[in-house]
Design a protein around this ligand. Structure first.
Ligand code: ZN
Length: 152
């Protein structure tokens, strides 16, 4: 994807918005923005949420795992979304195990909030001229290994 973006984006007009379809993982969103993409859409955040997988500041969290049965922390301790402010990993895990659809609504809400907040942080980093530092810091916490990220 990045090689294709490197090839195609210089050919696109600079005064028009650039749209990349089907990209929704945090690493791909950041890589796309760094190559000049303005807009994205993707089913990923809600699709994985319906299976109990949550995007967090420390990487993906599979809330159905047994280790969360008595974990009363929010999905992401750094998130201030409705789900994270009101419900624990243990409760959300219970909802999934009981086939209560409220659980997948809570995880979907969280994942969408997470990505909207990520894009908000990316916009701020662009305005602060600190996108490379933001990328490095985000990926270190999220769990990506980017030895040359500063040399993008
Ligand atoms: Zn949240």
């Amino acid at each position: 994807m990045n090689r294709v973006l490197d090839f195609t984006t210089p050919m696109l007009p600079t005064n028009k918005p650039r749209y990349l379809m089907g990209v929704g993982s945090p690493d791909s969103l950041i890589d796309g923005v760094m190559r000049g993409v303005d807009m994205f859409d993707c089913v990923l955040p809600t699709r994985i949420a319906r299976n109990g997988t949550c995007m967090t500041s420390r990487g993906r969290l599979a809330v159905k795992n047994a280790k969360f049965a008595r974990d009363f922390r929010p999905l992401d301790e750094k998130c201030d979304c409705y789900t994270c402010r009101h419900y624990s990993r243990a409760y959300i895990r219970h909802l999934f195990k009981a086939d209560e659809t409220f659980g997948l609504r809570l995880t979907s809400y969280h994942n969408l909030y997470f990505l909207l907040n990520l894009m908000r942080q990316i916009r701020q980093a662009i305005m602060d001229d600190s996108l490379l530092d933001f990328k490095q810091d985000f990926f270190e916490e999220y769990g990506y290994n980017l030895p040359n990220a500063k040399n993008f």
